[in-house]
Ligand binder design. Structure first.
Ligand code: C5P
Length: 227
């Protein structure tokens, strides 16, 4: 059986990671949440007082990047890898709306991207990987055998993220999440370095009206035609 690379890109909260995890499990591949890595650097910047809604000390973040070691460790109980910053598990800290509101600013910094893309390429060196993000099919793995570009209406995506954050105990409004989703999409799509765009050879999937099971089966079928 051939081992391939599967790149899943798309807008915020399209359910990319849910589907990517299922596909990876089914094929026995590694799953990598590249967004978690950008969130980890954002969390690092917040913790060190380098970014807030009022300011961004971009140059200091760039010079401090060697001190922000982002890694993954597989959690057997959960069945997927969790993200670590300097050997500390920060999986819970990075999923807040506060991080979501700042991450696209940090992700637009080319030095941040260069550091993380290097790690992503190294993880995927031997293929058998499913990675989700914004630039996986265009920049990280332009030769990926299967590229998916996921979309859904902004309302659908904001509602999914709102329910997720509520379940995590965050005290937020739907409007705040809706605004974040739209703002992030805009920043991610219009930045200069590695903007969110559909790769020419990616298959676009609008999942506004599809169940997780339907999407999972659909993508798995596509993967199996290549493997
Ligand atoms: O996937 P997730 O929503 O957790 O990603 C958080 C943010 O990280 C995105 O809005 C984007 O700014 C950034 N990101 C990126 N490139 C990737 C993955 C995520 O710029 N490959």
């Amino acid at each position: 059986m051939k081992q391939i690379t599967i790149a899943i890109d798309g807008f915020s909260s399209t359910g990319k990671s849910t589907i990517a995890k299922l596909i990876a499990k089914s094929l026995g591949y590694i799953y990598v949440d590249s967004g978690a890595m950008y969130r980890a650097i954002t969390f690092f910047a917040m913790k060190n007082g380098l970014i807030s809604t009022e300011h961004f000390n971009r140059e200091t973040l760039i010079s401090e990047l060697p001190n922000a070691k982002v890694s993954f460790t597989f959690n057997d109980a959960l069945g997927f890898a969790e993200v670590y910053l300097n050997n500390e598990n920060i999986e819970k800290d990075i999923r807040t709306l506060e991080v979501s509101n700042l991450v696209s600013i940090v992700a637009a910094v080319p030095e941040v991207r260069a550091q993380l893309v290097k790690i992503q390429k190294a993880i995927g060196k031997h293929k058998a990987v499913v990675m989700d993000g914004r630039d996986i099919g265009t920049v990280v793995f332009p030769d990926a055998e299967l590229k998916i570009f996921m979309t859904a209406s902004a309302e659908t995506r904001a509602l999914r993220r709102y329910n997720e954050l509520k379940n995590n105990g965050e005290n937020i409004t739907f409007e705040a999440v809706f605004e974040n989703v739209q703002k992030r999409d805009h920043l991610d799509s219009t930045r200069e370095d590695s903007p969110l765009i559909q790769a020419e050879d990616a298959i676009a999937i609008d999942n506004s009206n599809a169940t997780i099971e339907e999407q999972y089966q659909n993508i798995l079928k596509l993967a199996n035609t290549i493997i």
